[in-house]
Design a protein. Structure first.
Length: 140
């Protein structure tokens, strides 16, 4: 198992640092689509922590066999809620994107806040295609 982590400030620039960490960890996986998908979900989860927690953020990435686990820890005890905004809304799509690109996701309460996590398969044979995901019921 390989692991990478970073302490991030509650700043919009932290999403960029988080994406860089994903690229470093997945550099030799050889699947550009997976790397881009994980960067997207990491960016969404870190951005949510910046917007809603307004506390220091801890990003943990774990690559184990065919799965990368992303954990974003912050100081807010408020668990995320999937929003159902109007189509022209500027915000509110982050967790929908996470649900689309991740194979599993959730949130756990912690003593000092919460952890929002997701898991993305890195093996093409085990991953659902976009068409399969589109037909699958939402997991929110």
């Amino acid at each position: 198992m390989r692991e990478a982590s970073a302490d991030l400030a509650p700043l919009s620039s932290s999403a960029s640092r988080a994406r860089s960490l994903v690229r470093e960890l997945l550099a030799d996986v050889g699947d550009e689509e997976t790397c881009e998908n994980v960067q997207l979900v990491v960016s969404e989860l870190v951005t949510n922590a910046v917007l809603y927690a307004v506390s220091p953020i801890r990003l943990v990435l774990r690559l184990d066999a065919n799965v990368i686990r992303v954990e974003v820890h912050d100081g807010s005890r408020r668990l995320p809620q999937v929003k159902h905004n109007a189509l022209d809304a500027v915000t509110g799509r982050g967790l929908h994107l996470v649900g689309h690109y991740a194979d599993h996701w959730g949130a756990d309460s912690e003593t000092s806040g919460k952890s929002v996590w997701c898991e993305v398969r890195t093996d093409a044979g085990g991953r659902a295609t976009d068409m399969e995901r589109a037909r699958a019921p939402a997991r929110f």
